[in-house]
Design a protein around this ligand. Structure first.
Ligand code: BEZ
Length: 232
């Protein structure tokens, strides 16, 4: 299909997550209404019964309890049909062993999207990569139903699910404590205090009136204990 013939939209950070109703391996869902007050990682994969996707699903199945503990639900999507999804997930559980993972049961919903309606709404079809398969997209959707971050990977590259979890925790921590997180931040590391917005605050920072370390007025960090980050 020619690129121009596809009507595609590309959601942006801060947009409301596009709404849809879908059939999934865990029953019908109404998105994002069914996930009110929860974070959601909505992610697409190119196709069932493919090796990179299989390795990703096994990893997400293994990590699902860690995401649940962060008040986050996982929802997958590909432009395959429901029976393909069911057969693939059964095969993963019954036959596939990878990096010490076996008998992995995918308990989160996997959306069927043979019409590509949802994939198109979410910019998961990127014709320069493929017009018949979704790219590896990841959407972080917050409890208010807003898109907070997106990551796109090409078909050939499996995602780093540790990074997806790290980014989720960083966003939750930024919301909870009104801070930002520096490069490669991990829970327990120092966080960034928002840049001073006035000369008075800049001076206070440099006078060290608050509990923080300032390399200069615009670059201040402070400790944030891991127990405060990983609160329920
Ligand atoms: C895979 O999951 O292995 C895969 C899917 C589509 C294209 C290339 C690789």
């Amino acid at each position: 299909m020619e690129t121009q013939e596809l009507v595609l939209s590309m959601p942006r950070i801060g947009d409301k997550a596009p709404e849809f109703k879908a059939v999934t391996t865990q029953g019908d869902i109404n998105f994002p209404a069914d996930y009110k007050d929860k974070w959601v990682i909505l992610f697409s994969h190119p196709a069932d019964f493919t090796p990179v996707c299989t390795s990703e699903f096994m990893t997400f199945a293994k990590m699902e309890p860690e995401f649940n503990a962060l008040n986050c639900r996982l929802v997958g999507l590909s432009i395959d049909g429901l029976y393909s999804h069911i057969a693939w997930l059964r095969t993963i559980k019954e036959k596939i062993e990878f990096k010490g993972m076996k008998n992995m049961e995918v308990k989160f919903p996997l959306i069927e999207d043979i019409t590509m309606e949802i994939a198109k709404k979410y910019g998961m079809i990127q014709p320069g990569e493929s017009s018949t398969k979704a790219v590896r997209a990841v959407f972080f959707i917050d409890p208010k139903g807003l898109i907070r971050a997106m990551i796109y990977y090409p078909l050939s590259t499996g995602r780093n699910f540790g990074e997806i979890k790290r980014a989720l925790i960083a966003m939750q921590t930024a919301d909870r404590y009104s801070i930002a997180t520096p490069v490669d931040w991990q829970p327990g590391d120092d966080v960034i205090v928002p840049t001073a917005g006035s000369c008075g605050v800049a001076k206070e920072r440099m006078d060290h009136k608050e509990e923080m370390t300032c390399a200069d007025w615009f670059f201040c960090t402070k400790p944030l204990a891991i127990e405060k980050v990983l609160v329920k």
